[in-house]
Design a protein around this ligand. Structure first.
Ligand SMILES: C[S@@+](CC[C@H](N)C(=O)[O-])C[C@H]1O[C@@H](n2cnc3c(N)ncnc32)[C@H](O)[C@@H]1O
Length: 340
C-alpha cells in the first residue's frame, strides 16, 4: 500500500488516492504543477477530528464539483490533458466530489477554467487564490491544550497554559505536523517520556521533526544533546520558532534540513531516536535509523496493518521489539538494542 494517501475530515475519509497511484508517491503525495514545478503537497494529519490538511504555498486553485461517479474519469482527463495531479475529495456515501487542481498563479487557474472538458456535467466551478494562511488558521479550531502521558501537556500558542503542574509544550504548528492531537505524536511523546524515565538518555534524535514537538519535549524532559531534522524547510524554520517559544536557547536543539532516505542527515548516534514518518520511508531507512540508535528507537506513522512489515525490517537489522500500540488505524512500535 506504499504511497496511498487518505485525507480525512472530522473522522471521515474525504480524499483517497487511486489504487493505480500505488507507490507513485514514495515520500507522500506530490502534485506536479503545470510547467513541471513540484507542488509542495504534504499530508498533515491533525487533531482528534483526524483532519488532514494540505501544506502549500500561495497558489491558484481551480475547484470543480461533480458527481462522485464521474470524479475518477474527470481526474484522469486532467492528468492526461494538463499533466497535473488533481486532488479529489469525496464524502463517504456522498454523491458529489470536489476536485481541486493547483497552479502556480490564479491567472493560470482562470485560463484552465475556460478549457474544461465539455463532456462532464459540473455542478460548480470556481477559481481562487489558495493562501498558506487558510490552512494555518484552520488549526485554531482544532488544536487545544491537552495532557499527554504522566507529565506532558501540549499548549497551542493561542492558548495560555493553565498551570505549571505539567511540562507545557508551547506549539505553533504553522503548516507543520505535530500538535499532539494525532495518535502518532501522542505515542511518541508518551514513549519518549517513558524512555527518559527508564533509560535516562543523554541524547535524542528526532527524524522528521515536523513542528519540533518531540525534540522540544526531549529538551524539557532533560535530555542534553538533541538533533532534529526534516526534509521540509518550512518545518525546520518553524521548529526553531517553537523552540524559542519554549524558551529553549538557540542551539539547545540542533534543527537541520535532511532527508532520511539520503545520506547527509546522520550526525551522531543518539540514545533515543524517534521517527514518526510513513511506513515505506521507515522500511527503506531502517538500516540507517537503526545504526543511529544507541538504546531505543520509537517508530510510528505506521498503519496498523503495516506494523509487522515495519517491525520485521528493524528486527532484521538486529532490533528487539519491546512494545507495540495502536488506535485501530495507526500504530507505534518501540525497539531496543539487545543487551550485549
Ligand atoms: C508525521 S510528521 C511527524 C512530526 C512530528 N515528529 C510528530 O511526531 O508529530 C512527519 C514529518 O516527517 C517529515 N518527513 C517525511 N519524509 C521525510 C524524509 N524522507 N526525511 C525527513 N523528513 C521527512 C515530514 O516533512 C513531516 O514533518
Amino acid at each position: 500500500m506504499a504511497g496511498r494517501c487518505f485525507i480525512s475530515l472530522e473522522g471521515k475519509t474525504v480524499y483517497r488516492s487511486q489504487e493505480k497511484d500505488k507507490g507513485k508517491y514514495p515520500n507522500g503525495p506530490k502534485c506536479q504543477l503545470e510547467g513541471g514545478k513540484k507542488f509542495p503537497l504534504t499530508l498533515n494529519p491533525m487533531g482528534q477530528g483526524g483532519y488532514t490538511s494540505i501544506q502549500m504555498k500561495s497558489c491558484g486553485q481551480l475547484e470543480v464539483v461533480l458527481a462522485t461517479q464521474d470524479a475518477e474519469s474527470f481526474c484522469e482527463w486532467i492528468r492526461e490533458s494538463w499533466g497535473v495531479e488533481p486532488v479529489s475529495m469525496e464524502q463517504p456515501h456522498g454523491n458529489q466530489a470536489v476536485v481541486k487542481v493547483f497552479f502556480d498563479t490564479l491567472a493560470q487557474a482562470q485560463a484552465r477554467r475556460r478549457k474544461l472538458p465539455p463532456q462532464f456535467a459540473l455542478s460548480s466551478v470556481q477559481t481562487m487564490v489558495c493562501r498558506e494562511e487558510q490552512w494555518t488558521t484552520f488549526w485554531r479550531h482544532h488544536f487545544h491544550t491537552q495532557d499527554i502521558g504522566r507529565r506532558l501537556r501540549t499548549v497551542p500558542v493561542w492558548e495560555t497554559p493553565p498551570d505549571r503542574k505539567r511540562i507545557n509544550l508551547r506549539i505553533d504548528p504553522g503548516l507543520s505536523f505535530g500538535t499532539g492531537g494525532h495518535f502518532t505524536t501522542r505515542f511518541c511523546l508518551e514513549e519518549l517520556e517513558r524512555a527518559c524515565a527508564d533509560l535516562k538518555p543523554r541524547s535524542m534524535l528526532d527524524a522528521g521533526t515536523g513542528s519540533g514537538i518531540l525534540a522540544i519535549a526531549a529538551a524539557k524532559l532533560g535530555v542534553g544533546t538533541i538533533d532534529a531534522f526534516d526534509y521540509d524547510p518550512v518545518c525546520v524554520e518553524k521548529c526553531a520558532e517553537n523552540a524559542a517559544l519554549n524558551r529553549l536557547g538557540r542551539g539547545r536543539i540542533r534543527f537541520y534540513l535532511g532527508d532520511v532516505l539520503k545520506d547527509g542527515w546522520q550526525r551522531r548516534p543518539a540514545d533515543v531516536v524517534c521517527a514518526n514518518i510513513l511506513t515505506n520511508i521507515l522500511i527503506e531507512a531502517a538500516p540507517a535509523l537503526w545504526r543511529a540508535t544507541k538504546k531505543r528507537l520509537i517508530l510510528t506513522g505506521i498503519r496498523e496493518f503495516e506494523g509487522d512489515s515495519v517491525a520485521d525490517a528493524f528486527v532484521a537489522n538486529g532490533a528487539r521489539e519491546v512494545l507495540r500500540d495502536g488506535d485501530g488505524e495507526w500504530c507505534g512500535i518501540v525497539l531496543d538494542r539487545p543487551k550485549a
